[in-house]
Design a protein around this ligand. Sequence first.
Ligand code: B12
Length: 151
Amino acid sequence: MTFSKTVLLTTVPSDSHSWNLVFMEFLLTDMGYNVENLGPNTPMDEVIERLNRHASAMVVVSTVNGHGYIEGAELARRIRSETKHTDGVYIGGKICTENDPQTIARHSDTLRAAGFDEVFDDSVANSFDAFQELVSAQLYPEHYLEKRVAR
Ligand code: B12
């Protein structure tokens, strides 16, 4: 089977970490997506411009420097208000510099309210599995539904 789904992979403007993006690019490519990795320190204007030029099946924001809960929220608001992208927008990595569950939950709520469909912080157990399950469900919807029914 040939997949033509494209993922736009990006980060927030202040974040210069790059191995997280490389890891996510490999993971999503391995799952069957065409990945467009915009690289570290991505200016928000570039993300908006790219989404207005070509449609993407989903946008994945990977951020680890701790500013994700602030800049990620601004990016999500801009994606939802300045582009026609209505499909999935996800953020993951280390969204802030705190590790306590209450703070992570509060920032996750803010990010969802800003326009993310889901938040996958490293500190939350099984968040990576949840992301992989969600992405697989989009690629193989029938297989996923069969699995859910069988549970
Ligand atoms: C290498 C590194 C750097 C290098 C980056 C080089 C490069 N070209 O990438 C340099 C030296 C430049 C750097 C700089 C800084 N760093 Co740094 N860095 C690291 C370090 C040691 C490793 C990161 C790495 O490459 N990991 C390998 C990749 C593959 O894994 P990962 O990043 O953890 O990503 C995984 C997950 O987060 C998850 N994931 C990521 N994105 C997504 C998205 C989704 C959807 C999902 C589901 C999962 C997911 O999957 C990945 C694989 O498991 C970490 C500490 C650590 N041990 O993690 C600190 C760390 C990320 N850095 C940190 C900090 C604070 C900084 C600086 C601010 C330091 C400073 N005072 O200058 C600057 C910030 C620079 C900036 N403007 O962004 C902090 C972030 C704090 C936080 N969030 O709580 C960390 C955690 C160190 C620490 N413990 O304090 N850093």
